[in-house]
Design a binder for this molecule. Structure first.
Ligand SMILES: C[S@@+](CC[C@H](N)C(=O)[O-])C[C@H]1O[C@@H](n2cnc3c(N)ncnc32)[C@H](O)[C@@H]1O
Length: 240
């Protein structure tokens, strides 16, 4: 399943590796501990699309034995550099054979699906991942909402891409990250809630919970639209 991964680019990977949870990203991770607490039993976790390891380190801090996997050589190297004791695996796209003998209580995908272009690929990846779950295991998929590509945020700007407003599910959209020095637009694939619902049904996954985090007035950020429009969506999924 060859395709071009925007993160398999040294400059982008280095920029991404400097990110922890600034600004709008704070909202992506803020509610995850409570969601995980509520829905996940057990401590074995796989971080699909771990990038430079931010999401894997987050899981480890929550007490998980977490393995990060990614298809980008550069990203995996940066993850290892940041956490030399951690478990990080470079895999070929969709090849989870290294985990044949392992079952996970949690598979987290934080932002990886935002760059995966077509429905068939997404569906196949989710099917393969769900086979790695324990009986009561959960996939938590954290991604961007379509709204993120059409508003101004503490951490992102999209004003130079008015065409994003006309994007249909599965189309490419562009967004610039304000927290990193690499100001080139990231090209993502926009995905609507209805698209996700069809995808989960096709991948034989049941939706257990759906959460869209909003900024709160008492938080240490000068939120722009974050208090009324959610930039992220979090789906909790179980195999059927
Ligand atoms: C936006 S980064 C997110 C990284 C990390 N989860 C985080 O929250 O910081 C998305 C990552 O997903 C990876 N990715 C994209 N498609 C993938 C695939 N098919 N299998 C594994 N990783 C993938 C990319 O290489 C990239 O490192």
């Amino acid at each position: 399943m060859p395709f071009s991964n925007v993160y398999d680019d040294a400059q982008r990977a280095e920029a991404y590796a400097t990110l922890e949870f600034p600004g709008t990203y704070y909202l992506a991770y803020r509610d995850l501990p409570a969601i995980i607490d509520k829905h996940v039993a057990g401590r074995e976790a796989l971080d699909f699309g771990c990038g430079a390891g931010r999401s894997t380190r987050f899981l480890k801090k929550l007490g998980f034995n977490a393995i990060g996997l990614d298809i980008s050589t550069r990203m995996i190297q940066l993850a290892i550099d940041a956490d030399p004791e951690g478990s990080y695996r470079l895999v070929d796209d969709g090849d989870f054979s290294a985990f044949d003998q392992t079952r996970f209580d949690l598979i987290l995908s934080a932002f990886a699906f935002d760059n995966i272009p077509d429905v068939a690929r997404r569906c196949e990846l989710l099917r393969r991942l769900s086979r790695l779950l324990n009986d009561d295991g959960r996939i938590i998929l954290l991604g961007s909402t379509p709204d993120i590509y059409t508003h101004e945020w503490v951490s992102f700007t999209t004003k130079d891409f008015p065409e994003n407003r006309r994007a249909k599910g599965g189309s490419q959209v562009r967004i610039v990250m304000k927290d990193v020095t690499d100001a080139r637009p990231v090209v993502d694939v926009v995905w609507f809630h209805e698209d996700y619902m069809k995808l989960f049904a096709a991948a034989e996954l049941g939706l257990i919970a759906h959460h869209t985090p909003l900024g709160r007035k008492n938080e240490p950020y000068h939120w722009l639209v974050e208090t009324s429009i959610a930039p992220w969506v979090i789906y909790v999924l179980a195999g059927k």
